[in-house]
Design a protein around this ligand. Structure first.
Ligand code: AMP
Length: 205
């Protein structure tokens, strides 16, 4: 029997709420970062939403990788693409969607410090309390005992393709796969969404 992570599907409304909360916390700290570093890929949308709220024009990218397939950590995290712009002498805020192992953000911090940033802080929408790295700003905490795979709206089709194909391969029927996703992964999706990933119209793989 295939394994399924316990999932929590989140919405664009959640993303807005997290960005509001992070912006409030950053403002309340009195800190005014000059440059946002978005950890790709999960940090891109949160960083853009934060740039809007903090009126920040400078947004650069950094790629860290280790969660290969949905809910499957693939070894140690590494920086696989460097900063898309200079940060030397800058006051920087690194943004990601979630800290789970915390490895990506921890590596990113070291990378940005080594690139000569004057000050570096970090922010994530969600933080799982077993993470070895504690971001400076967190919008919402998830207790370590309540670990879930968070299906972010910016990763919806990819996550659904991975888990949906796994379910379909087990039961060979779309309605059955839909039920299996709900019962075993806690993931409720419309039937037509599952059909779209199975017939390759979305997130072909
Ligand atoms: P980590 O280095 O383990 O803190 O996480 C690195 C990246 O993997 C995060 O930025 C997310 O994009 C993804 N990720 C890790 N854990 C989860 C999770 N529980 N739910 C959704 N995405 C996750």
């Amino acid at each position: 029997m295939a394994e399924y992570p316990k999932c929590r599907r989140t919405s664009w409304h959640d993303a807005d709420r997290w960005a509001d909360s992070l912006a409030d916390r950053i403002r309340a700290s009195g800190h005014n970062p000059e440059t946002l570093v978005a950890l790709t890929r999960g940090g891109w949308v949160p960083a853009r939403l934060l740039a809007d709220r903090l009126k920040l024009k400078r947004l650069v990218s950094l790629r860290a990788q280790h969660w290969g397939v949905t809910a499957t950590p693939s070894g140690a995290a590494e920086i696989t693409e460097g900063l898309s712009g200079p940060v030397r002498g800058q006051d920087v805020l690194i943004v990601d969607d979630i800290t789970d192992t915390g490895e990506s953000l921890s590596l990113a911090l070291e990378h940005v410090q080594n690139a000569g940033a004057r000050r570096v802080e970090t922010a994530t929408c969600l933080h799982i309390t077993h993470s070895k790295f504690l971001p400076t700003y967190v919008a919402e905490e998830i207790d370590r005992d309540d670990w879930v795979w968070v299906v972010f709206p910016w990763n919806y089709w990819e996550d659904l393709a991975t888990l949906g194909r796994r379910a379909f391969d087990e039961v060979h029927s779309v309605p059955e796969a839909l039920r299996l996703l709900k019962d075993r992964a806690g993931l409720e999706v419309p039937l037509e969404d599952l059909e779209q990933v199975l017939d390759g119209r979305r997130a072909p793989g």
